[in-house]
Design a protein around this ligand. Structure first.
Ligand code: ZN
Length: 286
């Protein structure tokens, strides 16, 4: 695995990164393309994602069935809606964690497999949900067949090299295959307002911090055409009943940040999502 050691240069455009004056010196940012990254080097991914990461010591409980099922169903609906002209029948999810999205995709008739860096999470997916999740590095994985879609939800900010990751996805995809990504949006209104308290930063785990512009640039320079890119607030993944019961706590900050009650936003929400397609090779002129 190639680990980019030069944390002074921007991985997206090659520009020189500047130290960010806020966020306690934890961030460097490229002034030309808005991409940002954690200023200090992180351990290899193989060391970061042990059992404790997935069971709450990291920052979330990845094995709680109800919220994970809800989140997976929403993501699948979004994917199916966005790809409705040519819906995927085969899919690989990178960083499939507890396997809930794979389960939802299978339930919808899609042949879905997961690749997961954590042996613990891969085992959970196989033993508790009975879904095919391989333990290993996505970047070096060779699937037996190419697939119609590669999904990576909250993975790109963790990987050692996002460019290498997107090239690997490209190799696994059929011509005009779909790439679906979700990452935290450091350009969100909440990130700007909350500074180091914004939950999307996670300097212990997140190497890379995307804005809509830098994510678009990275994806378009690795062989894809972007179909859609928007954002969602954290409330988007909370079930309707929960949103209603906790409305007094949840709604005012979102209103303050986005001046809207909508769960999705063009650019200001906490979570940045994108669907792209493998670019068609240019036809040679005869
Ligand atoms: Zn840059």
């Amino acid at each position: 695995m190639t680990v980019p050691t030069d944390l002074r240069r921007c991985l997206v455009c090659g520009g020189a990164g500047e130290e960010h004056t806020r966020l306690d010196g934890n961030l460097r940012r490229c002034p030309s393309c808005t991409f940002a990254w954690t200023a200090h080097p992180l351990p290899p991914t193989t060391e970061l994602y042990d059992e404790s990461y997935f069971t709450g010591d990291g920052y979330e409980d990845y094995y709680l069935p109800r919220p994970r099922r809800y989140e997976s169903a929403r993501r699948l609906r979004w994917l199916q809606h966005t790809t409705r002209t040519h819906q995927p029948t085969t899919l690989i999810e990178a960083g499939s964690a507890g396997g809930y999205f794979i389960k939802a995709a299978q339930h919808a008739g899609i042949t879905a497999h997961g690749i997961e860096i954590s042996a613990h999470a891969a085992r959970h997916a196989r033993d508790h949900l009975g879904v095919p999740v391989h333990h290993g590095h996505f970047e070096t994985f060779t699937p037996p067949h190419r697939v119609d879609a590669v999904c990576a939800f909250h993975v790109l900010e963790h990987v050692e090299n996002p460019r290498q990751f997107l090239h690997a996805a490209h190799r696994m995809l059929n011509p005009r295959g779909w790439l679906a990504l979700e990452v935290p949006n450091i350009a969100s209104a909440a990130a700007t307002r909350l500074g180091t308290n914004w939950p999307g930063l996670q300097f212990r785990y997140h190497r890379w911090h995307f804005t809509p512009d830098s994510l678009l640039r990275l994806v378009t320079t690795t062989g894809y055409d972007v179909v859609t890119c928007d954002t969602a607030v954290f409330r988007y993944y909370m079930p309707a009943g929960y949103r209603l019961r906790h409305a007094r706590r949840l709604v005012p900050p979102d209103w303050l940040d986005t001046r809207s009650l909508r769960l999705t936003q063009p650019r200001l929400g906490d979570l940045l999502r994108l669907v792209a397609r493998v670019r068609e090779p240019r036809r040679e002129r005869s």
